[in-house]
Each structure stands twice: as structure tokens, then as C-alpha cells.
Design a protein around this ligand. Structure first.
Ligand code: ADP
Ligand code: TRP
Length: 321
């Protein structure tokens, strides 16, 4: 069983990335062969500044490692270290109908949120399909927002296999356990780098506190009873809390007398505590770039060897070799 997933270095890693993706990576890395990468080709749909792209790519690598990705167990690499991906994307492009991509919600959502409607943004599910299929991956841990892209990947795999009368590509399954919520941002819509509503995992405490204090709530007074389930603060708190902590805070919401400012402070403290070891590890890695670079090099060598083998087969199948 081969597991694969990637995160775009389009900004700072946030709680949506952690609960929607990284937590599952950490669970899977002890059980299966895992490949995890930093999707810098994908991030070019939103970043056109070479310094920022390079810096973000390094920061995301450091974040992955600080949060517990173990390079002895998983291969960690940068997407662009596998140049064969762009070739496979073109092959997929040649057998994909426009309609399949036109149906993708993510493109429409991003455009509605002022993203530039570039051709790359439109065709990005095909690069994602290449990411997954070039390693013949079986399981792809992703957040709910990416499930449709996995369906596209399965369609592309089937269409390639059918067109070239082969069974080269397995049909990958998603891995999005039920308890994994779509993490809300500070404004209540999906937390996303593109929506400027994120709570970063790392960063100066003062800045994190300020962001948490800006979470949107309704305007009920302190004494009013409140509904925890429809509150953004509670919906974030429950991701970190134990069952007892959740029940306790929910009861205090319903009873009245709890101000939103207090609930935010409790969320802030719980979050700091939760990531305290990762914050320490991150400080160490910031001073040891050679460790990070060595991990990325080792991961890329492993991933590229697989990609090269697949492309040998693929070129023969399509008649380009
Ligand atoms: P963003 O939307 O911030 O650009 P990415 O697209 O890089 O984030 O997502 C990387 C991974 O994190 C994907 O598996 C995605 O499903 C997951 N993810 C991102 N935001 C959320 C969220 N708000 N809730 C759950 N999972 C998320
Ligand atoms: N498109 C994914 C996102 O924005 C990132 C990604 C790119 C990915 N290629 C992938 C995720 C392959 C899983 C597998 O979140």
C-alpha cells in the first residue's frame, strides 16, 4: 500500500492543513510506505515572486518535520524535484475532456474569491492526478475540499487505462476519516490561505493571540446562553480538546455568563499547549537547515526513482520513446 499527499507552499501552514491533512499523515506513516511533498508547482497558480515561493517552500518543509513527519519513515520532497510530472500532466491533458475540469468546484470557488482565472488554475486537477498516479499511489489523505479532485484522478486513471489498453494506474482511494472536520477560518467559512482567514500553527504568540481574538462571533451579551455548535470559537476548540474539556466548555456556553473573549483565551491557551513540542522542534530546525535539505534530497531520490520507472512504461504506451 503506497500513501501520497501534498500541501501547497502558498502561505503559512494553518490549522486546516494540520487537522485536515497532517494529522492523518502522522497516523499513516507508521503503517504504510508514505510519500509527502510540497506542491510548489501548484503554488505557482497564486505566487509569482521567486523569493516568496522559495522561502515558503522551505518553511513548509520545516513545518512538516516540526509537526512529526519522520524522514526515516516517510519520503518528504519538493514537487519540482520530479520534473517528469509536467510531462505526465500533458499526456493526461490530451485524454481529458474540458467538461471534467469545468465541473470542479475548487476552481469556481477560487475565482469567486478573486483568484486569477489562469489556465494553470483551471487544469490543476490534472497536475494533481499526475502527482498521485506517477507513484501508482493507493491511498491519498486529504481534507474534504480535495475529494472532488480525487474523483477526477480516478476518472483520469480509468480513461488512460482504457485508451491505452493497460492497467498501469491503480484507482486511488481518498482517506478522510469521518471525524476530520472542514476546519472553519476566523470568519466561519473554510479556513484557507486563499481566503486570508487562517490561524497559523506557528508564529509569535502575540500575533496568534491577536488572530484568535479576531474570530467572528454573534453579538450576544456575556450573560446570554449561547449555542456552542454554531460558534466558530467552539468549533475550533473542539479540535484540540479532550471529551471532558469539550463537555465543560459546551455546558458553560449553554448556561450563560461566559463571554466570547474568555472562550477565545481558552482556545489560545489550549492551542499553545497542544503545539508546544512542535514549536520547540521548529526552533531547532530553523537553526539546522542542513538536516532539512538532507531529508528533502533523500525523499526526492526515492520519489524520482519511482517516477522514472512509471514514465518509461507510460512513454511506451503512448508511443513516445
Ligand atoms: P489552502 O486551502 O489553505 O491553500 P491547501 O490547498 O494547501 O490549503 O491544503 C493542503 C491540505 O490541507 C489538503 O489536504 C486540504 O484538504 C487540507 N485543508 C486545507 N484547508 C482545510 C480546512 N479548512 N479544513 C480541512 N482540511 C483542510
Ligand atoms: N491540490 C492540493 C491542495 O490544494 C494539494 C495537492 C497537490 C495534493 N497535489 C496533490 C494533495 C496530490 C494530495 C495529492 O490541497
Amino acid at each position: 500500500m503506497r500513501v501520497l499527499s501534498g500541501i501547497q507552499p502558498s502561505g503559512i501552514m494553518h490549522l486546516g492543513n494540520y487537522f485536515g491533512a497532517i494529522q492523518q499523515y502522522l497516523e499513516l506513516q507508521s503503517k504504510h510506505e508514505c510519500l509527502f511533498f510540497i506542491a510548489n508547482f501548484h503554488a505557482m497558480t497564486s505566487i509569482h515572486d521567486n523569493k516568496i515561493l522559495k522561502e515558503n517552500t522551505l518553511q513548509v518543509a520545516i513545518d512538516y518535520l516540526a509537526l512529526g513527519l519522520d524522514p526515516e519513515k516517510s519520503s518528504l520532497f519538493i514537487q519540482s524535484d520530479i520534473p517528469e510530472l509536467t510531462e505526465l500532466t500533458w499526456f493526461f491533458s490530451s485524454i481529458t475532456n474540458m467538461g471534467l475540469l469545468e465541473r470542479c468546484h475548487s476552481y469556481k470557488d477560487k475565482i469567486a474569491n478573486n483568484a486569477t482565472p489562469s489556465h494553470a488554475l483551471f487544469s490543476y486537477p490534472l497536475l494533481m492526478a499526475a502527482d498521485i498516479l506517477i507513484y501508482k499511489s493507493n491511498l491519498v489523505p486529504v481534507g474534504k475540499d480535495q475529494i472532488q479532485h480525487l474523483e477526477v484522478t480516478r476518472d483520469v486513471a480509468q480513461s488512460f487505462n482504457h485508451t491505452f489498453k493497460t492497467d498501469i494506474f491503480p484507482l486511488p482511494e481518498g482517506y478522510t476519516p469521518d471525524h476530520v472536520a472542514l476546519v472553519p477560518g476566523i470568519d466561519g467559512q473554510k479556513m484557507s490561505k486563499s481566503y486570508e482567514n487562517t490561524i497559523p500553527i506557528f508564529g509569535p504568540e502575540k500575533k496568534l493571540r491577536k488572530i484568535i481574538m479576531s474570530i467572528k462571533t454573534d453579538s450576544l451579551e456575556m450573560d446570554d446562553p449561547k449555542d456552542p455548535d454554531s460558534c466558530n470559537i467552539f468549533n475550533l476548540y473542539r479540535l484540540f480538546a479532550t471529551e471532558d474539556q469539550k463537555t465543560d466548555l459546551a455546558n458553560r456556553y449553554r448556561k450563560g455568563g461566559l463571554g466570547y473573549g474568555h472562550a477565545k483565551q481558552e482556545l489560545f491557551e489550549l492551542m499553545l499547549d497542544y503545539f508546544s513540542d512542535a514549536r520547540t522542534k521548529r526552533e531547532e530546525l530553523m537553526n539546522d537547515h542542513s538536516y532539512v535539505q538532507a531529508a528533502l534530497k533523500k525523499g526526492a531520490e526515492k520519489a524520482r526513482a519511482i517516477a522514472i520507472e512509471t514514465m518509461k512504461e507510460v512513454r511506451t504506451l503512448v508511443g513516445i520513446n
